[in-house]
Design a binder for this molecule. Structure first.
Ligand code: PHE
Length: 325
């Protein structure tokens, strides 16, 4: 094939190119081992020596023509690939997004965590205890003997085997002293049960028990701890009142009220007192050596005040509209 015919073919061939594959074939066709330009170049040795420079120059021109065709064909194909993928992967940004609702912690969980965080930062251990209790731990060991009138106030759920659903978290006081001895600093959040249901009572609710046992613990220690806690939980300008009260397992005993800023009413939030010497002795420590204070608060009530919840039962109705507020 002569040079001019080859040049014409080259032009035609490159014009037709639409894919990378075709382009690769052309590379072989012209510059492969047996390619047309390659073959033509070989002829140079058969030419008389004075024709060789001219022929060489022409071959050179042919090669650069080939290179420039190749370059622009390659560019054209790449552009084509980009355009195709842009067309295929097109995203319609005007379509509505898909909404994924995210889970949240339950108000009671948040409240419990807030209480537990405060006390663990002050060195209290977080304890746990059984919800099915014996009469002994729920009552006797807490200085509430069988015929004690305080038992009536507890609206206890009894099980057939004589055990019961704990009516408060106070049995954990005894279990912790038995397990760990003194000195001791624990809180125990957990479920408690009483046969009672209305706007402000649910048959299952939550309490946090606190207990500190050491030498020379007095009411001042208790008061300071509770006031610091209330400052943390409700804010530093919260009004607090300690009202004398009665629990068989503490002496003296008090109920703690806070002033509700909205209604201007005193609201009871916990019971507390110095641990009764009988309780300390029954749990196996010497009440002449050790004294202590204890407190117990209802978590629902704390959540109710924190979130201004009207009806206690809404904490358990699993109404997402309520829970996600
Ligand atoms: N256990 C008491 C109750 O359920 C609360 C309390 C705990 C009172 C510890 C004093 C000390 O009402």
């Amino acid at each position: 094939m002569d040079l001019d015919a080859l040049k014409a073919n080259l032009k035609k061939d490159f014009k037709k190119i639409v894919s990378q594959e075709e382009l690769n074939q052309l590379k072989v066709k012209y510059l492969g081992k047996k390619g047309q330009i390659t073959e033509l170049s070989k002829n140079i040795k058969n030419l008389p020596s004075k024709e060789r420079p001219t022929f060489g120059k022409k071959i050179g021109e042919l090669r650069s023509l080939y290179e420039s065709f190749l370059g622009s064909a390659q560019e054209k194909i790449e552009l084509q690939i980009i355009n195709e993928s842009l067309e295929k992967d097109r995203i319609d940004v005007t379509l509505p997004g898909s909404y994924k609702s995210q889970g949240k912690l339950h108000p009671l969980t948040i409240t419990t965590k807030k209480i537990a965080d405060f006390f663990s930062s002050k060195g209290y251990l977080i304890e746990d205890g059984p919800e099915i209790e014996s009469d002994y731990y729920n009552f006797d060991a807490l200085n509430i003997p069988k015929d004690h009138p305080a038992r009536d106030m507890h609206d206890t759920f009894y099980l057939e085997n004589g055990n019961l659903l704990r009516t408060h978290t106070s049995p954990v006081q005894i279990r912790s002293i038995e397990k760990r001895g003194a000195p001791l600093k624990i809180i125990c959040p957990g479920k408690v049960y009483r046969s009672d249901a209305d706007k402000t009572h649910t048959p299952m609710f939550h309490q946090v028990e606190g207990l500190v046992i050491n030498e020379n613990v007095n009411f001042g220690h208790l008061k300071n701890e509770i006031m610091t806690f209330i400052d943390f939980f409700f804010g530093p300008d919260t009004k607090v009142r300690f009202r004398p009260s009665y629990f068989p397992f503490t002496e003296p005993s008090a109920e703690v009220d806070i002033m509700d800023k909205k209604s201007n009413n005193w609201l009871e939030i916990m019971g507390c007192g110095l641990v009764h010497p009988n309780v300390i002795d029954m749990a196996g420590l010497d009440s002449k050596k050790f004294s202590g204070f204890a407190f117990g608060m209802g978590i629902e009530r704390m959540a109710k005040l924190l979130y201004e919840i009207e009806d206690m039962r809404s904490l358990f109705s699993n109404d997402l509209k309520f829970l996600s507020q």
